[in-house]
Design a protein around this ligand. Structure first.
Ligand code: SF4
Ligand code: SF3
Length: 540
């Protein structure tokens, strides 16, 4: 196996024996093949569109789901991935039959085999199949951005928001990644274009979430537990949460969020559920201890799943793109609804969660909420009460080096405000960093995709201050990344013209020296050093 798509990749180079995430070689192989056949399908659908023919919505959804399945910590179930490959080959054959011409289609578009041949084929189509390291780097940078984008589009789709232009782009980009004729310049342009669609994808999801559940508002979220048995729901899918809340109402079972589901508490619609109890625990990587202590069933709606310990494995349920062998998977029915009754029945027989902590945290500073207090914010900047905003969005992770982010937040001068989104916030959101004239020093916009909100806030500030360039704002970016959703957020920020982003705790292993050089020279992207030095360079 060879995988270097996440920040924790072995030795900062690549996982070759087994994933640091727990992904086994036989799973990695099927993920490689799934990406290959999805690219093949995309070459066919892109040709269909060129011939003026329609591509069914279900095919678009299949492409995004396939990409989502291969995101770090989403799916460890080889059999489920094999089934996705078989489905994709079947759909591809149907699409091929509609084509007027198959001329010059890439090999992946025509590949067809049974499962007995999958392992042999997988050996030839992984990341290392591209020999030139710069081309490989650009191809993977784009692929990972597309995976993140696909995840966000999928969440929007389940809330009935569609954007055919984004799907067409994802597929044409995947098709171009098969094309050996693409130069480094063309692939660089493709990576940056992916960022444009990243903005569109996050906007689509923002519309989906806010239309369905209202605009996030400032909210205090309980960290303690109640007396009833509970269900813990993790991941990013708000529609899954909604169905779970509906189905648990009146059952005597409470619902708690974990990790990236925390921001659900900020949406008005979910506040109506009295049994929506609070947030339990921290970011994904602490789940082994926290799921154990929770006592009740846990529903994983997306990444990040850590291979579960036997002690609580029988309480893990997966849904959507997530999978783990031996854990029941809740499939959506034809109308998109899901039946969580098995989870609820299990919860009723479980003890209430063990309390890990008490208190509350505050969040809900997405675009509308911040726009509502824009005058106050602008005043604070003009008076000098706020000297700088520091965007610390992104992911958390288990590496010791990530303590940097907790220390950095603590060391920031008191006249700075942290803007955050994603699970990176768990490094500092429970610290009492105070406020500036009533404005909390940590403003949490929501999930990683709500980085879109942070971008809108920055654009609004640019407008209010009459600036012609977002980089003239008193705003610095110190982003923590882990998986591929952070890659699309990064590409989206580059598309919006943001320069001098600091990316840590390490730069992606998939950036070759030459590609890294291009990003440094054109966008001023840099890593992190020590808290002390970075405070000096970023804050001054
Ligand atoms: Fe390694 Fe990350 Fe790939 Fe897992 S996702 S195999 S940890 S690079
Ligand atoms: Fe976290 Fe996995 Fe990235 Fe959505 S849940 S930010 S790491």
């Amino acid at each position: 196996m060879f995988c270097f798509q996440c920040q924790e990749t072995a030795g900062c180079k690549g996982c070759t024996q087994v994933g640091v995430c727990g992904k086994k070689p036989e799973v990695a192989a099927m993920q490689d093949l799934l990406i290959y056949v999805t690219k093949g399908l995309s070459a066919v659908t892109t040709r269909l569109r060129a011939e003026g023919k329609q591509v069914a919505r279900e095919v678009n959804h299949l492409v995004t789901k396939n990409l989502f399945i291969t995101i770090t910590n989403a799916n460890f179930d080889r059999e489920a991935i094999i089934e996705a490959i078989e489905t994709t080959l079947k759909v591809k054959a149907e699409c091929l039959a509609k084509l007027a011409s198959r001329e010059n289609l890439p090999e992946a578009a025509l590949y067809n085999d049974g499962r007995d041949g999958f392992d042999e084929k997988a050996k030839k189509v992984g990341v290392l199949a591209t020999e030139n390291e710069d081309i490989r780097s650009l191809r993977e940078l784009t692929t990972y951005g597309l995976k993140g984008l696909a995840a966000y589009v999928k969440h929007a789709n389940v809330l009935n928001q569609e954007n055919e232009a984004i799907d067409a782009f994802i597929q044409s980009a995947l098709a171009r990644l098969l094309d050996d004729g693409q130069t480094a310049e063309q692939l660089t342009a493709l990576a940056l274009e992916t960022g444009k669609f990243g903005v569109d994808g996050m906007a689509l999801l923002d519309t989906a979430n806010t239309q369905a559940y209202g605009n996030p508002e400032v909210t205090k979220v309980d960290l303690g537990v109640r007396q009833n048995p509970g269900i813990l729901i993790s991941g990013h899918d708000l529609r899954d949460l909604e169905m779970l809340l509906e189905q648990t109402e009146g059952t005597g079972v409470d619902v708690y969020t974990h990790g990236e589901m925390l921001p659900a508490h900020y949406y008005p619609k979910f506040k109506h559920y009295k049994h929506f109890a609070g947030n339990y625990g921290n970011a994904w990587w602490k789940q082994k201890e926290e799921f154990e202590a929770f006592n009740g069933p846990v529903v994983l709606t997306t990444n990040c799943l850590v291979p579960p310990k036997d002690s609580y494995k029988d309480r893990i349920f997966t849904t959507g793109a997530v999978g783990f062998p031996g854990c029941p998977h809740i499939e959506a029915k034809a109308d998109g609804t899901k039946d969580f009754s098995a989870v609820i029945e299990m919860a009723k027989k479980c003890q209430a969660p063990k309390e890990l902590e008490k208190g509350q945290i505050v969040g809900g500073f997405a675009h509308e909420q911040v726009f509502a207090v824009a005058d106050k914010v602008v005043e604070a900047v003009k008076s000098g009460a706020i000297k700088k905003f520091v965007v610390m969005a992104g992911c958390d992770g288990r590496m010791k080096s990530r303590e940097y982010y907790a220390e950095f937040a603590k060391a920031l001068p008191k006249d700075t405000v942290i803007l955050t989104a994603g699970c990176a916030k768990y490094k500092y959101i429970k610290m009492d960093l105070g406020d500036i004239g009533g404005i909390p020093r940590v403003l949490d916009a929501g999930q990683c995709n709500d980085s879109y909100s942070l971008a809108l806030i920055a654009l609004k500030l640019k407008e209010v201050f009459g600036l012609d360039d977002i980089n003239k704002l008193p705003l610095v970016f110190n982003i923590a990344w882990y998986e591929q959703k952070a890659v699309i957020v990064l590409l989206a920020l580059l598309h919006l013209g943001v320069k001098n982003i600091h990316l840590g705790p390490t730069l992606p292993a998939f950036l070759s020296p030459n590609v890294a050089k291009v990003l440094v020279e054109n966008f001023g992207i840099g890593g992190i050093t020590t808290v002390e030095d970075d405070i000096k360079t970023m804050i001054g």
